[in-house]
Design a protein around this ligand. Sequence first.
Ligand SMILES: Cc1ncc(COP(=O)(O)O)c(C=O)c1O
Length: 396
Amino acid sequence: MQQDFFQYQAQTTPHPLAMEISHAEGSYIYDIHNNKYLDFVAGVSACSLGHKHPRVVEAIKAQLDKYLHVMVYGEYIQESALKLSKLLAQHLPKNLSTTYLTNSGTEAIDGAIKLAKRVTGRGEIIAAHHAYHGSTIGALSIMGFEERKRAFRPLMPDVRFIGFNNLEDIQQITSKTAGVVLETIQGGAGFIEPQNDYLNKVQAQCNKVGALLILDEIQPGIGRTGKLFGFEHFNCIPDVVVTGKGLGGGMPIGAFTASKEHMMQLSSEPKLGHITTFGGHPVIAAAALATLQEITETNLIEQTLEKEQLIKKHLVHPLISEIRGRGLMLAAITSSADITNQMVLKCQDKGLILFWLLYEPKAIRITPPLTISNDEIIEGCNIMTSVLDEIFNSSS
Ligand SMILES: Cc1ncc(COP(=O)(O)O)c(C=O)c1O
């Protein structure tokens, strides 16, 4: 398969990990050579319930027996998409009542940008330096990392960048601003949390000038940080919340949620203001509904905070300067990009899957399934510390 992979599948980097997958279950992925890997990455924060969770698989199978795609988004009443949207509303603050389901996170971000423009009648979008919101042209335009987007210019005009956590920059949000898009906890930047009531201060300025605050919860959302939504840690309620990744329980999804009043504006003047053929697909929505039910009906979210403490207790090493993030959205910061690279590759050889963050080369991503057991966490941390010892001893 290796040769065909490089020949027929478009690549995203010159050196993909190219592990040949056989199957996956629970917290483990198996390759075709019968090697077993403990998954500390969860498909980059996507497999919130681990691999092939029985409740998700059952929901998918039940939906497969009923119907697959029958109509474009928004025309017919399809039970799984409806129940998912309703359940999201039941768990969100009152103003976030109405959801548009998409096929991916980046599409949901583009939808939210369009919504802010339509609701305010303004053009300017503000985002943060080092932000990542996806890879379509809209989301790419608000990426806060010039090096990764320069080659694709011209992008969406009227985008302005502010420093995340920079209180002075908040004044750049003005009556020209349609929307401010921020990750609740910056992911690619290195799992940077808002400080000093930052989100509330941004929200106050948005309220003052009539702009919408759009919080990207695609990575922190759906229980990963120890609350169902990351913004609950910071007492901030946005005008639009964008979710994805972990909501799908291993299936592709995105969603943006706002008030009914705001959301209605996408259906008139012009009508069909945002359309998708497959968004809200019945099988995907069934998987997401089962995922959200499982996460909200069990004590997985509370356990996430205990698991954070367990990781912090077992991952102590002179080569790790800091563990950033919350819950099971953690990044171990090593003393150099080289150590991080060695860790990802050597740990994989020893049966532990780790990964990088987009823009912080010293960070090792630790975002396991929320369902990972305490024993599995200790097993993974032990592999990490033994590899760190090897690196430490070989350099001294
Ligand atoms: C914070 C954030 N926003 C948006 C996206 C884009 O989501 P997707 O890859 O599903 O399009 C990602 C994906 O990594 C993300 O982490």
